[in-house]
Design a protein around this ligand. Sequence first.
Ligand SMILES: C[S@@+](CC[C@H](N)C(=O)[O-])C[C@H]1O[C@@H](n2cnc3c(N)ncnc32)[C@H](O)[C@@H]1O
Length: 227
Amino acid sequence: MSTIIRTTTAQLCCDSEWEAAYRRFETPEEEIRKFVARLNAFGASSWPKYDQIVEIFCGRGNGLKALKQLGFQRLEGVDLSEKLLLQYEGDAQCYVADCRKLPFEDGSRDVVIVQGGMHHLPLLPDDLNAVLKEVHRILRPGGRFYAVEPWRTPFLTFVHFVSELSLARRLWDKLDALAVMTEHERTTYEQWLGRGPEILSLLDHYFVQNSSTQSWGKLRYAGVRRD
Ligand SMILES: C[S@@+](CC[C@H](N)C(=O)[O-])C[C@H]1O[C@@H](n2cnc3c(N)ncnc32)[C@H](O)[C@@H]1O
């Protein structure tokens, strides 16, 4: 059973309407399946099983469950919301902490993962720089960083266009849930989508890119800690 260590005052980034829409958008089982598929696409089936892995912005911990399903044991999660962390049922060690100041020692972890979280940062590029600097600090030499975040692609533009149509939203609950979430995180989300080149250049500053794809409304990035 997970224990939670508090290193900062818990905060909610997302209000109850956002959370309700998030629950409507996909079930935990669907989300875990999605995370397993993404991790496999990053090659997780061949990562050493004893890797020490931190999932940042881990929310209710479905990414940690996906990692556990893939056979990883040494798992930790970090999120600012104690409320979301309390929804996680698993044995990873979880921390209520701000990802701009991670509660780990220098050079102590093998892998850091984020699956949708950095687009919630209020101040770009400063907050992103703070998070990436921390990720770089806690990774061992050769440590890897994997990120999946929303990205402005033609597909995303189309989805946003359709989600503005009330008939489409009435007919497809998932689309309506997405539209509600987007409305509630609009400021940080729009800011994130508008800063693509700056985000890629910051990633490049801290990591040597292994792969980076931008398709279907997502950035999928894998990099190795720059020496
Ligand atoms: C879209 S949710 C991530 C969902 C997560 N992938 C899951 O499986 O539940 C974004 C998360 O980022 C967290 N968050 C936002 N700002 C943060 C910060 N500065 N430090 C840590 N967590 C933060 C929120 O509490 C929220 O859980």
